[in-house]
Design a protein around this ligand. Structure first.
Ligand SMILES: NC(=O)c1ccc[n+]([C@@H]2O[C@H](COP(=O)([O-])OP(=O)(O)OC[C@H]3O[C@@H](n4cnc5c(N)ncnc54)[C@H](OP(=O)(O)O)[C@@H]3O)[C@@H](O)[C@H]2O)c1
Length: 259
C-alpha cells in the first residue's frame, strides 16, 4: 500500500447537516483524516457548539442554514465561497423524513422531503462547481458524496413514501451527475446507509435498546457505528477512492447485498 492512501491533509470539506447525527460522524471522520471541515445546521447555536467541540480534532467552521429552498443553498455556497474559497469534498448529508399510514399520508409530506433530499443536493453541486472544478485533477479528483438510503434501494416497508422515493431519486441523480462531471475530474458517489442510531431512527429504539425485530432483519445483527460511515466516506474522499464514480456503496450490515 502506498503511503498516505487514506490521508486527507490539506483538503477542504463541506458537510451539510454535519452538526448532528450521521453528518457529525462523517465530519469527525474527515477531521481525523486531516481535512478542514465546514458543517451546517438549521440552528446557529447547535452549529457553533458542534464546531467548537470538533475543533478539538481539527479545523471546523459552522454555518447556519435551513436548506429547504434552493435560494438557501445558493446563499450557503455564497457565504462558504467567500469565507473558505476552496472545496475539495462536498457531502450532501442533510435529510428529512416523514412516516405515516398510506390512507392518511398527507400531501404536505412530499415537497419538503423532495426539496431537502433531492433538490438541495443538486443546487449545492451546481453552485459549488467552480470550486470543485478548480480542486479536481486527473490523479486526485474532487469528490461529491450524496447520502442515500437502503430505503431507496429495496422495499423496507417504513411507510415513509416520499422519503423512499427521494432516496431512490438521489441515487439516480448521483449516477447522472457522475457521468456529466467525470471529465471535470469530479467523482460523484452515493453512500447507502442501513440503520444508524440517530434522531431519524429514534422511534425504532427505546433509549439505547434496539427493537429486536430490527436487529433480526439486519444480516449482521447490529446497527451501524460512527466508524462504519466515517470509514466509507474517508475511502471515497481519499486517494484510495479516486477511481470510483457513479457508485452506490451500501453501509448496511448486509441489508442490500444479502437481501
Ligand atoms: N440514521 C439512519 O439510519 C439513516 C439511514 C439511511 C440514510 N440516512 C440519511 O442520513 C442523513 C442524516 O440523517 P440522520 O440519520 O443523521 O438523521 P437526523 O439526526 O434526523 O439528522 C438529519 C440532518 O439533516 C439536517 N436537516 C434536516 N432538515 C434540514 C433542513 N431543512 N435544512 C438543513 N438541514 C436539515 C439536520 O440538521 P439540523 O437538525 O442540525 O438542522 C441533521 O443534521 C439523511 O440524509 C438521512 O436520510 C440515515
Amino acid at each position: 500500500m502506498s503511503e498516505g492512501l487514506f490521508d486527507l491533509t490539506g483538503k477542504y470539506a463541506l458537510v451539510t447537516g454535519g452538526a448532528q447525527g450521521l453528518g457529525r460522524m462523517i465530519a469527525e471522520g474527515l477531521l481525523r483524516a486531516g481535512a478542514a471541515v465546514a458543517i451546517t445546521s438549521r440552528n446557529a447555536q447547535i452549529a457553533e457548539d458542534s464546531a467548537a467541540q470538533m475543533r478539538a480534532i481539527g479545523p471546523c467552521t459552522a454555518y447556519a442554514a435551513d436548506l429547504s429552498t434552493p435560494e438557501a443553498a445558493v446563499e450557503l455556497v455564497r457565504r462558504y465561497t467567500s469565507d473558505v474559497g476552496k472545496c475539495d469534498i462536498l457531502v450532501n448529508n442533510a435529510g428529512k423524513t416523514w412516516g405515516g399510514p398510506i390512507d392518511s399520508f398527507p400531501d404536505k409530506a412530499w415537497p419538503g422531503v423532495m426539496a431537502v433530499n433531492v433538490q438541495t443536493p443538486f443546487t449545492m453541486v451546481r453552485e459549488l462547481l467552480p470550486l470543485l472544478r478548480a480542486s479536481g485533477s486527473g490523479g486526485d479528483p474532487a469528490r461529491i458524496i450524496n447520502i442515500g438510503s437502503v430505503a431507496g434501494v429495496k422495499v423496507e416497508r417504513l411507510q415513509a413514501y416520499s422519503y423512499a422515493a427521494s432516496k431512490a431519486a438521489i441515487h439516480m441523480l448521483t449516477r447522472d451527475l457522475a457521468g456529466d462531471l467525470a471529465h471535470d475530474n469530479i467523482t460523484v458517489n452515493a453512500i447507502v446507509p442501513g440503520f444508524f442510531p440517530t434522531k431519524m431512527t429514534a422511534h425504532m429504539r427505546d433509549e439505547d435498546k434496539v427493537d429486536p425485530s430490527l436487529l433480526t432483519h439486519i444480516p449482521m445483527k447490529r446497527l451501524g457505528a460512527p466508524d462504519d460511515i466515517a470509514g466509507a466516506v474517508i475511502f471515497l474522499c481519499s486517494r484510495a477512492g479516486g477511481y470510483v464514480t457513479g457508485a452506490q456503496l451500501p453501509i448496511d450490515g448486509g441489508l442490500v447485498g444479502c437481501g
